[in-house]
Design a protein around this ligand. Structure first.
Ligand SMILES: [Zn+2]
Ligand SMILES: [Zn+2]
Length: 273
């Protein structure tokens, strides 16, 4: 088959290698929006999604102040591989980085639902440390976003559902988020990452298999396989609900003052509990 843009051999999405890379970068650029003059904190894990985000943000905004921020959750044997990759690429691309550790390693907390505890604390620390920047950039892809949307529906997390798209949260301590890969699938990100010749640890978090997200991920992949376009439909439906323009006014945690929809935020409950 021939590429829909030129006459070369198709590699992925009806594109040849070069045309796919161009398509991917154009979509990413669109997802970033106009960040001229803004200081940017990029949440990184050192995995393929965040490294792609780091590389392309720097490519499109080489003059901006950029920091790569990695939160080390303290999961034995898991994070060191991607930290090594982050260090290597950050130096290569000339981007400063910072690594923060959970005060108590996740392993030592022995939580009943590790992924939800980890998620709460990671978001908490990211928001706290990204605050001195104008924008927090997240490397979530279409698969992540479709999973999160469905999870919030299944779990009846109406408030979180509202907060998922970034524009509508108002709290002076809540950093504006941008997700440039919201419409790019995991498969596309992986293809781009490999075609650019990048590499990193692809090891999965040891807790991931026991999570609710994993159940949703598997079902969604199965659905996508049988009904191509499902993931995008979920996101587009969510986007068209109209809640996007309705701001959510977050309150503040009584204990730490951070943005929270409860009297005491989940992070404080975990850290003190
Ligand atoms: Zn082509
Ligand atoms: Zn708190």
């Amino acid at each position: 088959m021939k590429c829909k843009n030129c006459s070369r051999q198709v590699l992925i999405n009806d594109y040849c290698k070069d045309c796919f890379i161009k398509y991917f970068e154009k979509e990413f650029r669109k997802g970033l929006g106009n960040l001229k003059g803004k200081s940017l904190c990029i949440a990184v894990s050192g995995g393929k999604d965040s490294l792609t985000t780091l590389y392309l943000t720097k490519k499109f905004y080489p003059e901006n102040k950029i920091l790569a921020l990695l939160i080390d959750e303290g999961i034995h044997g898991y994070r060191h591989g991607t930290i090594k990759s982050l260090r290597k690429y950050a130096v290569e691309w000339g981007i400063p980085y910072k690594i923060l550790k959970f005060k108590k390693p996740l392993d030592s907390m022995n939580p009943k639902r590790p992924c939800s505890v980890c998620g709460v604390l990671r978001r908490y620390y990211l928001n706290k440390h990204a605050r001195v920047f104008n924008v927090l950039i997240l490397g979530h892809n279409l698969d992540d976003e479709a999973q999160s949307t469905l999870m919030n529906v299944f779990m009846r997390y109406a408030s979180r559902f509202n907060r998922m798209t970034v524009k509508q949260v108002t709290h002076e301590l809540f950093v504006k988020r941008v997700k440039p890969m919201r419409y790019l699938s995991e498969r596309e990100v992986m293809a781009y990452f490999l075609l650019k010749g990048f590499n990193t640890s692809m090891r999965e978090c040891p807790y991931a298999r026991s999570s609710f997200r994993d159940v949703v991920r598997k079902s969604l992949n199965d659905f996508e396989y049988k009904h191509s376009g499902t993931k995008l439909s979920i996101i587009k439906t969510y986007d068209s609900l109209g809640i996007i323009n309705n701001p959510v006014n977050l309150g503040s945690c009584n204990a730490c003052g951070e943005p929270s929809s409860n009297e005491v935020c989940k992070a404080c409950m975990i850290l003190k509990g």
